[in-house]
Design a protein around this ligand. Structure first.
Ligand code: BES
Ligand code: ZN
Ligand code: ZN
Length: 498
């Protein structure tokens, strides 16, 4: 979808629909909407009086052939309570408007910013929302969703003194939304199409398109590198594993500046292996590579945004299958770090592939590590499908990641990781075991396992099992992969200082 800035007055702009928003309260048609109301001969005031326009969150008030304008429709979206309204709400609101209008065959949408909020941040949130809302997972459908899509959109209102802010916000919003949609596209791919080899090809293609260095290690190389934990998961599958490494190097990076390592779990399908999963919802396990997809999405964005630090994405990728050569419960594996692991449950495979990914990231000289993974069902028990779980070893770095998530508008919540949890991953015959003994705390013992491979490098673990995909569509987004993590980690890469 094309996205541009329109500097003409809103009455002059031709479109299928002009969109703006109103806040809930005694006076949804406030001073900012007076201009619009006057053009419409008081139509908005009348709608507010009849309670057809209240400003309630995501209420849609649609007017056909609005008086005094070249737009075919006017859509007023309810923004909810003013004191609860942030960029995150504005992004969702714009996305919901895009989805509402495209389902009504609108081809061109113009989003009119409110005169009291013409910042770069708002232009960014609206641009992101429009592009995220437009996205459909309809690649394999003969007839595209609703037979419609938006062909073009524009932002209006940012003219004169605010035009530069509008342009800046639009550019950044587009870059980040396209990166997030890239991650969603990978996430939504069925596992018969997106194997580890195909994922590696996609990363290589991105590297060529955006001038990023991409290294792909095959099973032979992984053996030489002694990535025993990653290989142990791969051995039950006919599809070979890959380790994908994407590097962005900044010309501006000063000596001693941080090197950010992003390690993403990319199990292209998780059957559970010999500890096989029940059939119910097993199809969702094609999403078990969404962490890896998010880290590739971050690289997609920063290739354009060019932060002043080096950033490396490390993506261990394999299927987890119960083939004849599959590892079995009770097997002992030696990770790349040299630690021995007793595999109690072959379905706890994410932590195995990440352990080698994290160790390798340290070898590459990363000074800060963030891993992103659909790691545990237990995090969904704790936080439902609302927050991403945040774990880590370094309070300052955890706070930096949480601050980035707040700015990015991705909900994340800190989880505990005291030394006591270490006791729960002790093995009788190896250094550690891959599941916690005793009851409960499954998301925490998984994090405790990962910590064993991070040494003294500041590290944060994001468990996105509950937030990586939607099992039902929302007004602001299609069912399927969400691209969660991309916005937070782009923000982190752009702001990280040691
Ligand atoms: N990929 C799953 C975690 C998952 C669950 C992701 C639900 C998305 C939605 C992971 O590999 C897994 O199976 N974890 C096990 C660990 C257990 C065996 C210790 C789990 O959470 O049940
Ligand atoms: Zn699993
Ligand atoms: Zn998994």
């Amino acid at each position: 979808m094309e996205l541009t800035l329109e500097t003409r007055p809103f009455t002059q702009i031709e479109s299928g629909a002009l969109v703006t928003y109103a806040f809930e309260g005694d006076k949804p048609v406030d001073a900012v909407l007076t201009d619009l109301d006057r053009t419409l001969g008081g139509e908005l005031t009348r709608l507010a009086e009849s309670k057809e326009l209240t400003g309630k969150w995501l209420e849609m008030t649609l007017i056909h052939y609005p008086q005094g304008m070249k737009a075919e429709r006017l859509l007023i979206v309810g923004a909810g309570k003013r004191d609860k309204f942030t960029s995150a709400e504005l992004r969702k609101l714009a996305a919901a408007a895009a989805r509402y209008l495209k389902s009504r065959s609108v081809k061109r949408l113009v989003f009119l910013g409110r005169a009291d909020d013409l910042s770069a941040a708002s232009a960014e949130a609206i641009s992101e929302g429009l592009l995220l809302g437009e996205y459909e997972a309809d690649k394999y459908k003969s007839e595209k969703k609703n037979g419609t899509s938006l062909e073009s959109s524009a932002l209006a209102g940012w003219s004169g003194a605010s035009q530069a802010d509008g342009e800046r916000g639009l550019r950044r919003g587009r870059i980040i939304a396209e990166a997030q949609n890239f991650a969603r596209e990978l996430g939504n791919e069925p596992s018969n199409y997106l194997t580890p080899r195909v994922l590696a090809h996609r990363a290589e293609q991105m590297g060529r398109d955006f001038n990023l260095a991409v290294d792909v290690f095959d099973e032979k190389k992984l053996q030489e590198m002694k990535m025993g934990a990653l290989l142990s998961v791969a051995q039950g599958s006919a599809e070979p594993p890959r380790l994908i490494v994407v590097t962005y190097t900044s010309e501006k990076a000063a000596p001693g500046s941080p090197v950010l390592g992003l390690v993403g779990k990319a199990i292209t399908f998780d059957t559970g292996g010999i500890s096989i999963k029940p059939a119910n919802s097993m199809e969702e396990m094609k999403f078990d590579m969404c962490g890896g997809a998010a880290t590739l999405g971050v690289m997609h964005a920063i290739a354009h945004l060019k932060p002043g630090i080096k950033v490396v994405a490390i993506v261990p990728s394999t299927e987890n299958m119960p083939g004849g050569k599959a590892q079995k419960p009770g097997d002992v594996q030696i990770a790349m770090s040299g630690k021995s692991i007793e595999v109690i449950n072959t379905d706890a495979e994410g932590r195995l592939v990440l352990s080698d990914g994290l160790h390798y990231a340290r070898q590459l000289g990363c000074t800060h590590l963030v891993d992103v993974a659909t790691l545990t069902g237990a995090i969904v028990v704790a936080l439902a499908n609302v927050n991403t779980g945040v774990f880590g070893s370094d309070t300052k770095f955890i706070e930096q990641v949480l601050a980035a998530s707040r700015i990015a508008g991705e909900k994340m919540w800190p989880m505990p990781l005291d030394d006591d949890y270490r006791e729960m991953i002790k093995s009788a015959i190896a250094d550690i075991q891959n599941v916690g003994s005793g009851k409960g705390g499954g998301a925490i013992t998984a994090a405790a396992f990962l910590r064993e491979f991070t040494g003294d490098t500041p590290w944060v673990h994001l468990d996105i099992a509950g937030t990586a995909y939607l099992t039902e569509g929302k007004p602001w987004g299609a069912k399927g992969a969400t691209g969660v993590g991309v916005r937070t980690l782009v923000e982190l890469a752009m702001t990280l200082k040691s």
